[in-house]
Design a binder for this molecule. Structure first.
Ligand SMILES: [Fe+2]
Length: 189
């Protein structure tokens, strides 16, 4: 079970209304390497991963939901004062026609989220390597997003998320080594 804490993991501030950046940030909401995909991937893999690393998938999967919440807060703040004309000019006209200002699990190009973005192979090494790749791709996406804005407040929150992806990647690499060591240990019954 989960206990909800009514606060963001890290503060989200934006300096201006910027629907253009909101459209790009949606990539990390419902895109292939986004936070929803990460959370669902890790929490689902817990059931077939060795006991020693269940806690890691649990912790990181849960944290990804906190990141999803931060992205939602960013998109909301960047678009809440935008006019319909400004949304259209930012490429969000089709989104507005379907969702008004509501968020939706889609990527920056408007393609809906799909479970085919994630895998559960049942093999711990295969799954953990996928997880490492997912973290590295998310880190790269955050870097591209940081490069696309001059809003220092927004950059600050994005840099926090980028750093968390680096930490997650390191933790998953450690998990691979734990499992490899375990497999190499001769078991005498
Ligand atoms: Fe992550």
């Amino acid at each position: 079970m989960w206990v909800y804490e009514k606060k963001l993991q890290y503060p989200v501030r934006v300096s201006k209304c910027d629907p253009r950046m909101a459209k790009f940030l949606i990539e990390q909401y419902g895109g292939a390497d986004g936070e929803l995909a990460a959370a669902l991937r890790y929490l689902n893999q817990r059931y077939t991963i060795p006991d020693k690393v269940i806690g890691l998938l649990n912790d990181i999967g849960t944290e990804e939901f906190a990141h999803l919440e931060m992205i939602a807060a960013m998109v909301f703040k960047l678009t809440k004062d935008a006019t319909v004309e400004e949304l259209e000019a930012a490429g969000l006209g089709a989104h507005y026609a379907n969702h008004d200002n509501a968020l939706y699990y889609e990527n920056a190009a408007g393609v809906p989220w799909t479970a085919s973005y994630i895998q559960a192979k049942g093999d711990p090494i295969a799954d953990l390597y996928e997880d490492i790749a997912a973290e590295e791709k998310a880190r790269a996406t955050y870097q591209w997003l940081i490069d696309m804005t001059d809003d220092v407040d927004l950059q600050d929150s994005l840099k926090f998320l980028r750093e968390r992806e680096i930490i997650h990647s390191i933790r998953f690499r450690e998990a691979v080594e734990i499992i490899k060591d375990d497999r190499a240990t001769k078991k005498i019954f």
